[in-house]
Write a protein that binds this ligand. Structure first.
Ligand code: PMP
Length: 412
């Protein structure tokens, strides 16, 4: 399987370059992915041939832009199997999507004394909006513990899920540990308690099949740029009945039906949430990215990443002084590997690996509560995607060994 992925690199012009005299090995895909030529072409062609504002004009270009923009929404709807395009809101990305849920839906359902349940493996964009809501409403933000090997502690989850829990907001896949959470099972538990489940899918939708109806999440957020699409475009899926109860977060042009001097009415879903001129080119680029992923097949992508991880993990385990975070059992993780080398700061690790042409990330990965929980100031992180190969995995291992040698001179 993985061999048939080897030719994908040629679709990504940026990958064909030399960094510090070495061919680039890009392993920072959890931060953002590279874009295939088809996506770059789609964005350029839109500006060359169809650029106009959407939903307003009657001239040919305006109609073209509108039909491409709304056509993109349909491509995305189909990809995540939402029941209707009214449930697919186009946003700036996961952060915006989660803020909209916290600020609009949270505003409707959370009251003083209620609890909002999140976990220690959340990204800041799935923590801070809930902190703000909790403060505003005098609600309590409760954290689910992790197991020893970095999975969500499901016993602790069930203990903390009570009649007071109004909203549960969890990541589908951790951007640090690569852990996949059992969202479908969790949705059942949350709904039994009459709570609502919000899912941060930023690290899931790019890497595995996601069917929002099967998952039964009430809201599901993700970003285009982590799945081969442009930056500045993302999605908030929400169940129609809930979106209808919510007020828009932003007000202005595009989202109104009728404006009088003192009051206004809103358009129907999904447009009532999309104030102002949207990221038209971004939506078009994202739809083409989705079509690219669909041609490969999301099951095949998940399998490819699993094969890469299964290939590289045993090699990493042989390296003395290397700590890898997250579950041992590779069935519970995607292609994200956070690691530290004893005695070398993660930032130095990333800098030294860059000297070998290998791009990895170092820092807290926007997950400071998780770093505290793991008792680490930071980690280095490699994250694999469709265009990475076994040769990249070998280069990754070599770069770690070279880094160790450089800093520790064989001492560790
Ligand atoms: N959640 C997770 C799990 C992420 O990995 C990220 C991106 N690092 C985000 C949320 C935020 O995504 P964005 O910056 O695209 O809004």
């Amino acid at each position: 399987m993985t061999d048939s992925f080897d030719r994908l690199k040629q679709d990504f012009p940026i990958l064909n370059q030399v960094i510090n005299d070495e061919p680039l090995v890009y392993l920072d895909n959890a931060a953002t992915t590279q874009k295939p030529q088809t996506v770059l072409d789609a964005v350029e062609t839109y500006y060359h041939t169809s650029n106009a504002n959407v939903h307003r004009g009657v001239h040919t270009l305006a109609e073209r832009a509108t039909s491409q923009y709304e056509g993109s929404r349909e491509v995305i709807r189909n990809f995540i199997n939402a029941a209707e395009t009214a449930e697919v809101l186009l946003t700036r990305g996961t952060t915006t999507s989660l803020n909209w849920v916290a600020r609009s839906f949270g505003e409707v359902v959370v009251e003083a004394g209620d609890e909002i349940l999140i976990s220690y493996m959340e990204h800041h964009s799935n923590i801070v909006p809930w902190q703000q809501l909790a403060k505003k409403k005098q609600a309590k933000l409760v954290y689910v513990e992790l197991t020893e090997d970095g999975q969500l502690d499901l016993d602790d989850f069930q203990n903390k899920l009570t009649d007071k829990t109004k909203i549960v907001s969890l990541t589908h896949v951790s951007n640090v540990l690569g852990v996949v959470n059992p969202i479908q099972q969790i949705a059942d538990w949350v709904h039994e308690k009459n709570g609502y489940l919000v899912v941060d899918g930023a690290q899931a939708v790019p890497h595995m099949p996601v069917d929002v109806q099967a998952l039964q999440a009430d809201f599901y957020a993700f970003s285009g740029h982590k799945m081969l699409g442009p930056t500045g475009i993302g999605v908030l899926y929400g169940k129609r009945a809930l979106l209808e109860q919510m007020e828009p977060v932003e007000f202005g042009g595009e989202m109104i039906d009728f404006v009088e001097e003192q009051d206004s009415t809103w358009k129907e879903l999904p447009w009532k949430f999309e104030a102002g001129t949207p990221n038209i080119a971004g939506a078009i680029g994202l739809a083409v990215a989705v079509q690219y992923l669909e041609r490969i097949g999301m099951e095949n992508i998940a399998q490819h990443e699993r094969e890469l991880i299964e290939y590289v993990m045993p090699k990493l385990k042989q390296i003395k002084g290397l700590t890898i975070f997250g579950p041992e059992d590779l069935r519970f993780r995607t292609g994200v590997i956070s690691f530290n080398i004893d005695g070398v700061h993660p930032h130095d690790v990333a800098t030294a690996m860059d000297m070998e042409g290998v791009a990895v990330r170092a820092g807290h990965h926007c997950a400071q509560p998780l770093m505290t929980y793991l008792n680490q100031p930071a980690t280095a992180r490699a994250s694999f995607y469709i265009y990475n190969t076994k040769a990249d995995a070998d280069k990754f291992v070599e770069a770690i060994l070279a880094t160790k040698e450089f800093f520790l001179n064989g001492l560790n």
